[in-house]
Every structure is written in C-alpha cells, then in structure tokens.
Ligand binder design. Sequence first.
Ligand SMILES: *[C@@H]1O[C@H](CO)[C@@H](O)[C@H](O)[C@H]1NC(C)=O
Ligand SMILES: *[C@@H]1O[C@H](CO)[C@@H](O)[C@H](O)[C@H]1NC(C)=O
Ligand SMILES: *[C@@H]1O[C@H](CO)[C@@H](O)[C@H](O)[C@H]1NC(C)=O
Ligand SMILES: *[C@@H]1O[C@H](CO)[C@@H](O)[C@H](O)[C@H]1NC(C)=O
Ligand SMILES: *[C@@H]1O[C@H](CO)[C@@H](O)[C@H](O)[C@H]1NC(C)=O
Ligand SMILES: *[C@@H]1O[C@H](CO)[C@@H](O)[C@H](O)[C@H]1NC(C)=O
Ligand SMILES: *[C@@H]1O[C@H](CO)[C@@H](O)[C@H](O)[C@H]1NC(C)=O
Length: 756
Amino acid sequence: MEYLMFSFVFACWMKFGNSVLSIHTPHAPAPIPKENLLVLTVATEETDGFLRFMQSANYFNYTVKVLGMGEAWKGGDVGHSIGGGQKIRLLKEEMKALAEQQDLIVLTVDSYDLIFAGGPEEILRKFQQTNHKVLFAAEGLIWPDKQLADMYPSVRRGKRYLNSGGIIGYAPYIHKIVSQWNLHDNDDDQLFYTKIYVDPLQRETLNMTLDHKCQIFQNLNGAVDEMLLKFGTDRVRVRNTVYDSLPVIVHGNGNTKMYLNYLANYVPNAWNYEHGCSHCDDNAVDLSQLKEYPSVMVGVFIEQPTPFLPEFFQRLSALDYPKDKLRFFVHNNEVYHEKHIQRFWEENRNLFNSFKVVGPEENLSQGEARNMGMDVCRKDTTCDYYFSIDSDVMLTNRQTLKLLIEQNRKIIGPLVTRHGKLWSNFWGALSLDGYYARSEDYVDIVQRKRMGVWNIPYMAHVYLVKGSALRNDLKERNIFVLEKLDPDMALCRNAREVTSHREKDSPSPESFHMLKPPKGVFMYITNRHDFGRLISTANYNISHYNNDLWQIFENPLDWREKYIHQNYTQIFTENYLEEPCPDVFWFPVFSEKACDELVEEMEHYGSWSGGKHEDSRIAGGYETVPTDDIHMKQISFDKEWLHFIREFISPVTLKVFSGYYTKGYAVMNFVVKYTPGRQAFLKPHHDTSTFTINIALNNKDRDFQGGGCRFNRYNCSIESPRKGWSFMHPGRLTHLHEGLPTTNGTRYIAVSFIDP
Ligand SMILES: *[C@@H]1O[C@H](CO)[C@@H](O)[C@H](O)[C@H]1NC(C)=O
Ligand SMILES: *[C@@H]1O[C@H](CO)[C@@H](O)[C@H](O)[C@H]1NC(C)=O
Ligand SMILES: *[C@@H]1O[C@H](CO)[C@@H](O)[C@H](O)[C@H]1NC(C)=O
Ligand SMILES: *[C@@H]1O[C@H](CO)[C@@H](O)[C@H](O)[C@H]1NC(C)=O
Ligand SMILES: *[C@@H]1O[C@H](CO)[C@@H](O)[C@H](O)[C@H]1NC(C)=O
Ligand SMILES: *[C@@H]1O[C@H](CO)[C@@H](O)[C@H](O)[C@H]1NC(C)=O
Ligand SMILES: *[C@@H]1O[C@H](CO)[C@@H](O)[C@H](O)[C@H]1NC(C)=O
C-alpha cells in the first residue's frame, strides 16, 4: 500500500514537474541542450565506489571526463584531516582549455562516494531555474573552518554552508574560480571555495549561490533523517522530506558512506518492486564456460562447541564443486570436536587437494586463526578464492560455492538465518558506535521478500573473498585484529575503512568528501537463493556422550533432520503405517542415528537396573513386572523425551485414535535391554498407561535373534520388529502383552507409558 502511494506521487511528479514550473516562469529561456553538460571528476583509482559512480553516470548517459586516474594521490588524508587541493590543481589545468566555451556547463563532482539519481536534462533545468552562473552543493554542517560561519549569508530555510563535493556552473566562471588556486595539493579544497564564496564581491561578480534546498545536490552528512526512498516503476529516487525535493546527485560525505551504500542498493535502478534486482548479474561469470574451476581455500572455524558438527562437515563435502579444487584449513578450538574432525578426515582424506588442521593445542585466538587461514590463500597465487565458514553455518544448498563465485564480487556472503528468527549473518546498518542497527530493509532481506545482491556494512559466519582482492585491497595481513573488536567486525571495518577516526568528543563529524581512495571494498550479501541456516551454539552441553540428542529445543530443525525417520511425514501424507494386530499401530519415527545414539548413550551411562522387583527409582519402590532398563530421567533426558512425544508421537495418536487428545504426559520413559545372560523376555502384563509406545532401537538378525511382542487376547505376535519403528497400543484392559525371548545378542527398545 505504502509503495503504491509512493509510485503514484512519483508518477505525478514525472508527468507534471516540468509544466508546473514553466507556468511560474512564463518567459523561461530555452532549455540548455544536454550536450552542453560535461561532468568532471577527479579519481586516482578505480575503487568500487568509483565504478558505482560510473555505472550510475552511464545509466543516464552523462558525458564524464575523469581527471588524475593513475596519478598518485597527494591530496592529503582527507578522511582524517583537511586536504584535497590536488583536485583543484587538476581541475584548474583542465579548465584552462575550456575557459572560452561560453555555453558549456561544467559539473564537477566527487566520485568515490557519490551517485546520480537523475539525468542531465533534469540537472540543467534545475540549474537554469536558479538563475546563477555557479551553484555549489550545500550542507548544514560547516567545515573546515567554523570561524567563517558568520560570514555566510543567512538563509531563512535550507542548508547554509558550502560543500565542494558538487559544483555546477558555466565553464568561464568555473575557470575564474579555480584559476585562483595557487596552494599545495594537500591544502584544503573546500576552504578555498568557501573563502571565495563568503567574499561578497566575488559572490556577486562570479554570480554564485548554494543549492540550499537540495534541488540538485544532496549531501547526506547531517541529513540522513531527511531522506526517504521513493519507488517508481522503473527508477528509485531519494526524496528530501524537509524541502520536498528529489535531489539528482547523492553524496555520502562524512560519515554517511554506509548510508549511501544502502541507498545505492536501490537508486537509480538497482532494485525495485516491479523488476527486482537489475544489476545482480552484471559481470557474472559463467562457471560452465571456464576450462577449469577456480581453486578455493576453505577456511573452517570451530571456535566453540557446536552441535551437529558431523552434519556440518557432511554438508561441506556434499557441495557441488570439484573436490580436487578444494583445500581445507580448519581451526578447531575444541578438544571435544577432535574426534569429529578425525572421522571426517579419514573418510575424505583422498578427496581433497589438501587438509590442514590447527588444533586447540596451538592456543590461537580467533583473530589469529582467521588471519592465518586467510593468509594461506593470500600467499598462494594459485588460490583464486577464500571461502570462510564457521561451524554454526548449515549450508543446505549444495550449489552455494558455485553461486557465490558466479556473482564475481570481491567479498560476498550467502544470507543464512536462524530458523524462524530474524537473526542472520549480516547487518543492514551500523549504529554510530559501529554496532548493530536495523536498516529499513533488513527484515525484507532476511525473509527474502526483497531478493538481490546487497551492499552491506557488516557480515560474518560465511563469506567468499577473491584471492586477488586479498593480494591487493586487503593485503593487510592482520585484518582480523583491530582494537577490541571481534574478528568479523575487524574484518568488515578494515574492508570498509570508513573515514572516521575522529575524536569521540568532536560534535560534528567532518563534513568532508572522501577523495583519497580508502580500501572501500564493498561487501555484499546475496539472498537470491536459499543457502542454509545458522544454528544456535548457545546452551550446548557437552557433558553427555551424544550431545546432539539434547538439541531438540535449541535447534529443532537440525534435531529433526538428524533424528527423525526419513519417512515419518508420510504417515500423514500417505498413510505410511501398519496395524499388525488389532489396535496395535506400527510406524517409522526414529532415524538410524537416533537409535544408535540412544543405545550408545545408555551403554555409556551403564547403570542398568538388572530387572529387580525392588526399584528405588519409582514411587513405592516396587515394580511387579521389572525390566532391565535405564530411565530417561537418569541421563537427564526426560524433558527432551517428553518434548519428542508431544512433537512426534501425539500427531500419530490423533491420527490412529481419532477423538482422543493425548496430554503427552509420561512418567515412565526408559530404554530396555533384553539379552540371554541377563533378562531375555517379559511375562504377560498390562502397562500403567492409556497407551504405550515401544520403539525398536536395533535390528533383528543383525544385532540379536528372537525377540518380538505378543498380544495375548488376539493371539497375535510381531516377531520381526523394525529398527526405528514404534508400536503404539492401548496400555490396559484389551492389550495384555509380553516380550518374547531374545535368544542371542542384545535387543534394545525405548518405551513410554503415556497418559498414565
Ligand atoms: C542512454 O542512451 C541509450 C543509447 O542511446 C538509450 O537507449 C538510453 O535510453 C539512454 N538512457 C537514458 C536514461 O536516457
Ligand atoms: C546571475 O546570472 C543570471 C543569468 O545566468 C542573471 O540573470 C543574473 O542577473 C545574475 N545575477 C547577478 C547578481 O549578476
Ligand atoms: C593461551 O593464550 C592465552 C592468551 O594468549 C593465555 O592467557 C593462556 O595462558 C594460554 N594458554 C595456554 C595453555 O598456553
Ligand atoms: C550439563 O549436563 C549435565 C548432566 O546432565 C549437568 O549436570 C550439567 O549441569 C549441565 N551443564 C549445564 C551448563 O547445563
Ligand atoms: C522410505 O520409503 C521409501 C519408499 O517409500 C523407501 O525406499 C526408503 O527406503 C524408506 N526410507 C527408510 C529410511 O526406510
Ligand atoms: C494362535 O495362533 C496360532 C498360529 O497363528 C495357532 O496355531 C493357534 O492355534 C492359535 N491359538 C488360539 C488359542 O487361537
Ligand atoms: C549369536 O550371535 C553372534 C554374534 O552376534 C553370532 O556369532 C552367533 O553365531 C549367534 N549364535 C546363534 C546360535 O545364532
């Protein structure tokens, strides 16, 4: 609804903008032909920001001339202090040749942190309406000399101070301004322009003014709260809500680089509601066209005990990518996980190109370990990509690596989210102190309502970095260690390298345009596909034997995938169950792993009851029909077990005993062991339950002989129990039953007396 309204407003503006204004100026001069506009910009390197600038300029068919490309930057460290004189020196040289061209309009802009939101005709029309020869961008914050504030003409409404990141004017006039330059490359350009502007005489003779109400130039510094994205059918613009203007040039000056990155995810035509992402496949590589797949170094980081680690490794090795093109660097910080890595290595050692593990004995900090992994790729020129993945990332999409490589970006991560939560591996915005802030589009991106490739300020857990970027922009080897930041934050900050190293107490962020190329590597997150999820490592208690069994609350999806029978859902969709005896239902519920791990867990615990009548574990201390068993409670598994009953048994009960709603409550939950040397069978009995489940935990003929269950009233026996399958039958009155003798080996079953 909201966006429909926007697009309506936008359409009206598009349609009537011109005519409305021309009504007010009946003697309007003829429009300036767009061929008369020349854009000049100074850039010494093709940074990501520069390429984005050129992309927006080309989209609107601006004629752009780039000055200084390849030249060493001498304009000072403008991110930190004043500087930028080199820009004027280059402009001065250029303008000498253009000084005589009376009709030429020169637009000089920064390019590393600036984009076009509209075309040349619109700029020229708006410039013409100002009825001045030279127009500077304006902003609300004064820089670099606050003393000059009083010399500025006062304005009733609008931004009062000059910003030199954008200037438009007639060539002879621009020439007259820049020809006054006789300072050094590292002197301040904005101060130079400011001094000329605040001189009343020059202001009049050079016919200069400022774009106070952001008709053409929008400096974002100090104005972020004024901005709104405005979606049209083909284009997206920003609206300045204070002046109700649609600026044509958007400049992420000062501390607003990341905000500009956010806007540029949409403006001018990067993404909209109708067409989605329009630049996602720019520069994409087609892997199928390559003679050879790129070689990838996979950095695996196990920094804390992590549930489902064997499954994590399984998914990594299942990636659809030539194994001989993969090398592994594993940092494992947990002794507990050494057995899992060992097993993975033994099963895969011949598959991969190489496999290096740095274990807990090295006592590396996370930052050191991540530096080390990345550096292995950096130093090896045959390493085309570095794919860093933390152990809590479950990549369910086997194409992930290929899809990321095909996007052809310096740094790109796949979106992964915590199942059913808004928690993910990226931040759409940063707060002033550099931590999480929610961007307007964060939820839509996480929920994949907006799909695309997004330039974002922070990501973690899983990302792909080009080897070439590691050897150039990111050649700093200590990239994961910065002040007290956590390693991923250090990486992102080093990659972005925002300008601000300003003092904490400086009230106004420097209103400076950034010219010296920062590393400014754009980081992207793609949500064009479903890649996988983040699991929770919180509350992972590793004091048990098979600890993942306890993860039913914390990571329910992974628990289900690991422990619930593959065909469980078919019970409901395809009536996949049997009734071998009257009212005895038989259905698959546990996976092989669930059965094996539960048996292992019980054997590891080891205190079998011995099948005695005296039983201190139960109320009254006496069991009439004792089994040789261990209660779930004894291994602290009772809460998890009851949850399993409610989640996976109750739905079956509802299906087969329709009209009966189980409370899913049970006191007696245990694993029974039948073996000839101890207890081999159980005499006929009733259970203290409304209904009972009885899950076979191992295989007849492989693990034991004999066994089974007999329901006496129906003269009906089931002699071939199936591993992972459960019986469900009424506990009392009709279903007197007995455990048939196990004649060899050991038989295990899990039993619950439900709704006693
Ligand atoms: C830019 O020029 C091309 C080729 O002349 C044209 O197809 C396109 O519509 C122009 N774009 C704009 C935004 O005017
Ligand atoms: C500035 O230039 C415009 C034409 O571009 C002219 O109409 C106007 O009078 C000039 N203003 C001054 C103060 O010279
Ligand atoms: C591991 O490193 C930390 C921090 O560097 C240090 O405090 C600790 O003593 C080290 N432990 C061992 C066992 O070397
Ligand atoms: C982990 O489980 C053990 C055994 O159930 C228990 O004694 C311990 O308190 C648990 N630890 C935590 C941190 O929950
Ligand atoms: C699930 O059912 C299919 C046939 O419907 C069967 O081929 C497959 O083996 C079953 N899976 C398991 C784990 O038993
Ligand atoms: C029980 O069934 C068996 C075989 O299924 C049969 O031989 C026997 O006669 C039956 N007993 C009764 C009491 O029906
Ligand atoms: C009992 O089981 C063991 C292995 O589980 C097997 O070697 C042996 O042959 C079995 N004995 C009989 C009588 O089936």
